[in-house]
Ligand binder design. Structure first.
Ligand code: NDP
Length: 283
């Protein structure tokens, strides 16, 4: 039976620590760390994410602002909103909720956020620094996974790590963070041949595919650590991960459930990055 890695519990502990550091920050600086979230259009999933982010800010004592813009906003109008937030002394972190409506180039928009306020760590400068292993913000989902591994005392050093998925927000930065922690890392994607042979070698297997129950028990080594990033909803809205949890759990040494695994850590790491941005700006 695998150890269940409880993302909710780790997230609670981490947020308690953030709350404490926030009080100290307020005492020292006379203001709370501030996060601005910009949302464009009416995408229902994005609306939920943004609400959850604002609620999480409130819980730890941050100042937060949600800027809602219509789907028809022009690139220049959106850039001028970012320009204002850039100069706003109450705002330490700026996040533009993705995906953006068609017609807005996310690359142009994200790269307009100053790297020191880029708490999602999607700016080209932060992406480059991750590659180089320099100090910078880490993208929230991979950062949350590293925190979970650390919390569970699971060392990455020398381990065979396989990441299935190569997106810019999860797969690629995940692989880099595992590599910097001295894992031997393989990245798989939709063109990978003999996927099962590769995943079966993994001591630590990260699934970030976006396909329900994609990782089955026959793809997993006995005693592997399984990290399930997937958040897939069926036609009834029921959430499932990328891992066939019921069967894989019997072979794994540790596993993250969905829900209650990686998901809760993502917003927590956004809070952590925002606090870091505030602490950096007051140095
Ligand atoms: P993307 O769709 O951007 O990337 C999916 C990746 O999976 C791609 O690299 C794709 O390969 C690969 N893939 C697709 N099919 C296969 C296949 N048959 N074999 C091997 N690889 C395959 O998704 P994201 O990275 O954004 O998200 C992945 C999942 O994680 C989603 O379910 C998402 O909802 C969830 N997620 C959860 C978060 C959380 O907080 N828990 C945060 C972010 C995402 P290729 O590049 O070749 O197309």
């Amino acid at each position: 039976m695998a150890k269940i890695i409880d993302g909710r519990e780790i997230s609670r502990n981490t947020r308690e620590n953030i709350k404490k550091r926030t009080s100290e920050y307020v005492e020292k600086n006379g203001r709370a760390p501030g996060l601005a979230v910009v949302i464009v259009g009416e995408d229902p999933a994005s609306q939920i994410y943004v609400r959850n982010k604002a609620k999480a800010c409130e819980e730890v004592g941050f100042h937060s602002e949600v800027i809602r813009l219509p789907a028809e906003v022009t690139e220049n109008e959106l850039l001028s909103v970012i320009e204002k937030l850039k100069a706003d002394g109450k705002i330490d972190g700026i996040l533009v909720q993705l995906p953006l409506p068609r017609g807005l180039d996310p690359k142009v928009i994200i790269d307009a956020i100053p790297p020191e306020k880029d708490v999602d760590a999607f700016h080209v400068s932060n992406v480059g620094k991750i590659m180089l292993g320099e100090k910078c913000f880490h993208p929230c989902t991979p950062a949350g996974i590293m925190k979970m591994l650390e919390h569970e005392g699971i060392s990455v050093d020398g381990k065979e790590c396989v990441v299935v998925g190569r997106s810019n927000i999860v797969g690629k930065p995940m692989a880099m963070l595992l590599l910097h922690a001295n894992g031997t890392v393989t990245i798989c994607h939709s063109h990978t041949v003999n996927l099962k042979d590769i995943t079966s070698r993994a001591d630590i297997l990260v699934a970030a595919v976006g396909k329900s129950k994609f990782i089955t028990a026959d793809m997993v080594k006995d005693g592997a650590v399984i990290i399930d990033v997937g958040m897939n909803r069926d036609e009834n809205g029921k959430l499932s991960g990328d891992v066939d949890y019921e069967n894989v759990e019997k072979k794994a040494s540790a596993i993250t459930p969905v829900p209650g695994g990686v998901g809760p850590m993502t917003i927590t790491m956004l809070l952590e990055n925002t606090l870091l941005a505030a602490e950096n700006s007051s140095k």
